[in-house]
Design a protein around this ligand. Structure first.
Ligand code: ZN
Length: 205
């Protein structure tokens, strides 16, 4: 298995290809080698991303079948089933890198800000379970002068939500925490720009 920094580099190179509209031959060839993956998989990165239809991890990182273990949920929130999915993949495949991937104009963060602006009792409890995970991170921002600048408030809230999810994943599981301490796992946050197609990673490895 490759190291976390090699995995990160593969993602960065793939995203550069995506931005330039090029697909690697490797990615295309892998689609033809579906049969080789029946016996097993060895994904080199785990992506915990938003369900937004404009942010499909395999496409924006130009990766093929078997490359990425992807967990998608609106607002890239971290709840027990997401942590469990990461634990499963790390334990089963020895994947060294987890990327918490948010994106600009995230509808789940927008819905949370809308809810703070104008609380709605009509929301289903299931949708609320997502909003309520984002709310503690964005509520303090909502109470600052950022509230007068909706664009900047949204940008800041989206980044804060990615960082909070990253932190939660790093410390919300004894197993993951141990692997990080031993240097066998790296968890980073990243933001995909709908406008440019680029992924900005937060913090280095
Ligand atoms: Zn989103």
């Amino acid at each position: 298995m490759i190291t976390a920094s090699e995995a990160l580099q593969r993602l960065q190179e793939g995203n550069r290809r995506f931005v330039s509209g090029v697909r690697s031959v490797d990615t295309l060839v892998k689609q033809l080698q579906r049969a080789d993956l029946v016996a097993g998989q060895a994904p080199f990165a785990i992506i915990l991303g938003c369900s937004d239809s404009r942010v499909p991890a395999e496409l924006i990182f130009d990766q093929g079948l078997g490359d990425l273990f992807v967990i998608r949920v609106a607002g890239n929130i971290v709840a027990p089933s997401q942590i469990g999915s990461v634990e499963f993949a790390v334990e089963r495949f020895g994947t060294p890198l987890v990327v918490v991937l948010g994106h600009t104009m995230c509808g789940a963060v927008i819905a949370t800000l809308d809810d703070l602006e104008c609380p709605s009792e009509a929301r289903s409890s299931n949708v609320l379970s997502i909003v309520n995970r984002i709310r503690p991170t964005v509520e303090p921002l909502f109470e600052t002068e950022l509230r007068r600048n909706p664009g900047q408030l949204l940008e800041t809230a989206i980044r804060a939500n990615i960082l909070a999810a990253t932190n939660h994943l790093r410390h919300g599981s004894a197993m993951l925490e141990q692997l990080i301490q031993n240097g066998n796992l790296t968890i980073v946050g990243a933001e995909y720009s709908l406008e440019s197609g680029e992924v900005a990673f937060f913090g280095g490895i």
